[in-house]
Design a protein around this ligand. Structure first.
Ligand SMILES: CC(=O)N[C@H]1[C@@H](OP(=O)(O)OP(=O)(O)OC[C@H]2O[C@@H](n3ccc(=O)[nH]c3=O)[C@H](O)[C@@H]2O)O[C@H](CO)[C@@H](O)[C@@H]1O[C@H](C)C(=O)N[C@@H](C)C(=O)N[C@H](CCC(=O)O)C(=O)O
Ligand SMILES: Nc1ncnc2c1ncn2[C@@H]1O[C@H](COP(=O)(O)OP(=O)(O)OP(=O)(O)O)[C@@H](O)[C@H]1O
Ligand SMILES: N[C@H](CCC[C@H](N)C(=O)O)C(=O)O
Ligand SMILES: [Mg+2]
Length: 491
């Protein structure tokens, strides 16, 4: 693509010389990935300043550089005020607006985004569509999976991924949209057809200055759905009517709103909810029909996820019977309420709950059916929201018979200091601290008796433990199975 065409996305750039006829073979924000003929974009990041790598980019064959200040290089430099802001428009032009060529569902909210992406994948697949998913676990295009660094990747990765999806015939892409992504404009230019809100509770107050700032970031998904209504390409907002922030979000969008809920009046509701130890059933009532749903998914929070998925599917014109069939068949997501079955006489559940609200949801779900005691192993991530630590520890103590506090990705923080934050204000007879996560899991397994449930919370699908800057192999599910074997309790 000609540099001039690419720069049409940026009306206010300055250039050091007239080099618009240059052919650009690719665009990258990482000097280590620069290939011959690429445009290298310098981002002044949280860790390093990408401008420092301009020379390296040139040496690797970059054809031009987009930067915020003049640079001492011999290739053309295009100057803009804010390179991070320029990224999404450039990515959209370079990959030729792929999101316009398929249906895109964007999901935001504190908890439930990943769970919902896979629920929607099942629904769209039941409708015989080819699907793509981008989120915390991976990018998935039909059956192929690709690693991702972020829940919502940067605009270049995102638009490149969308283009690949379109090229491979994907009909519907379902993406998680994190508050960080909204704050940093990662989804600018993405033509989102249905925006879904799950819920809002405390998380990420390390990144966002206040809870209001966090809410405001989430609301951007809805305000950015556009101000004009096109009956040929309608856009919808799907909003949890029971959430405290529902009304504010409804006001933030100019597009038609579909609400769902259990407690408040809504377009899509669940009644007669039965929560059991092997799943959930409820009566689904929607403008398109009613049906009794029996699902393998556990807990009231998953009823909310199913209602939200129904809303998004109805807004996408999926037949009601297809939606119901998919809900009945779906089996859940790796690391979300995932049982570990190694022949032991008690239950072991691995769950990604890493916020006070999700921990409470998971523990109250377990409490609703457990016959014995609840033993919870949980830690809090390092270099993340410190204020959620005592709240998570409080929930663990409130709903467990034994709470074992341990490490969860301490990253560059002192693991002991994280544990200190967790136990602040708690009676010392209410918990035990076992800093090493494998030992904590072993301790929980050794304590467990028949009919008890061990909840191992916080890491879910993760297959690593980040200590300092080292990423070490660690998988709660495998460690729990080994602990059961070591205790001689398995098959
Ligand atoms: C604060 C933040 O969002 N940072 C993101 C950002 O990194 P950054 O700009 O700070 O990067 P940096 O390391 O300082 O480097 C600056 C620039 O120099 C470049 N560079 C660097 C080294 C080099 O040798 N050459 C080079 O060119 C880098 O490619 C980058 O362009 O851009 C990177 C590439 O897109 C992201 O991976 C990175 O996410 C980091 C890992 C992160 O932790 N982000 C969190 C806050 C986040 O976004 N989380 C949400 C999850 C929320 C949820 O729980 O749902 C998410 O969406 O993932
Ligand atoms: N609708 C919901 N409301 C509250 N808690 C939920 C809901 N759905 C799932 N959870 C809980 O939150 C945990 C994380 O769920 P999930 O991974 O789907 O959320 P997420 O929004 O993708 O999280 P992240 O911000 O890390 O990407 C689950 O393991 C479960 O404990
Ligand atoms: N997306 C979340 C995941 C948290 C998972 C938990 N295991 C941790 O490391 O804190 C975050 O980065 O805040
Ligand atoms: Mg997620």
């Amino acid at each position: 693509m000609k540099l001039a065409v690419l720069l049409s996305a940026l009306p206010f750039y300055k250039q050091q010389a007239d080099h618009e006829q240059i052919d650009i073979t690719g665009v990258t924000i990482d000097s280590r990935e620069v290939e011959s003929g690429n445009l290298f974009i310098c981002i002044d990041g949280a860790v390093v300043d990408g401008h420092a790598f301009a020379k390296q980019a040139q040496d690797q064959g970059a054809a031009a550089i987009l930067a915020e200040r003049p640079l001492d290089v011999s290739i053309p430099v295009i100057l803009v005020k804010d390179t991070l802001r320029a990224l999404a428009p450039l990515a959209n032009v370079f990959y030729n607006h792929p999101s316009k060529e398929m249906r895109v569902i964007g999901i935001t909210g504190t908890n439930g985004k990943t769970s919902m992406t896979y629920l929607l994948e099942s629904i769209f697949r039941a409708n015989k569509e080819a699907t793509g998913v981008i989120g915390t676990i991976q990018m998935k295009i039909k059956e192929e999976t690709y690693p991702v660094k972020n829940t919502t990747p940067d605009a270049l990765f995102l638009q490149k991924g969308f283009r690949k999806m379109v090229d491979e015939g994907v009909d519907t892409a379902v993406i998680e949209v994190s508050s960080h992504a909204l704050d940093r404009g990662r989804v600018h230019g993405t033509d989102i057809d249905v925006a879904v809100f799950t819920n809002l509770s405390q998380d990420h107050l390390d990144y966002h200055a206040s809870f209001e700032d966090y809410f405001h970031a989430k609301s951007l998904l809805f305000s950015q759905l556009g101000n004009t209504f096109d009956p040929e390409h309608p856009k919808y907002a799907v909003i949890n009517a029971d959430d405290h922030y529902a009304q504010a979000l409804i006001k933030s969008t100019a597009q038609p709103v579909c609400t769902y809920g259990i407690d408040k009046p809504a377009d899509i509701i669940a009644t007669d909810i039965q929560l059991a130890s092997n799943g959930t059933s409820f009566l689904l009532q929607t403008p398109k029909g009613e049906a009794k749903i029996t699902s393998k998914l556990m807990g009231k929070f998953n009823v909310y996820n199913m209602l939200a998925a129904v809303g998004a599917a109805i807004c996408s014109d999926i037949p009601f019977a297809t939606i119901c069939q998919a809900l009945q068949e779906t089996t859940g997501v790796a690391g979300r309420f995932e049982p570990v079955m190694a022949g032991q006489s008690f239950g072991v559940i691995v769950d990604y709950a890493h916020t006070p609200d999700s921990l409470e949801n998971v523990l109250t779900t377990i409490k609703s059916f457990v016959k014995g005691k609840i033993i919870t192993v949980v830690g809090c991530g390092g270099d993340r929201d410190k204020t959620k630590r005592p709240l998570m520890a409080g929930k663990a103590v409130q709903y467990s018979d034994t709470a074992i506090f341990t490490a969860d990705n301490p990253r560059t923080e002192d693991p002991g200091a994280i544990l200190e934050d967790m136990i602040r204000g708690l009676d010392s007879d209410k918990y035990v601290v076992v800093p090493d996560r494998a030992e904590a899991i072993q301790h929980a397994i050794d304590l467990a008796q028949a009919e008890d449930i061990v909840l191992i919370a916080g890491k879910g699908h993760e297959t690593y433990q980040i200590i300092g800057t080292q990423v070490l192999d660690f998988d709660d599910r495998l460690v729990a199975a080994e602990a059961i074997k070591r205790a001689g309790l398995g098959e």
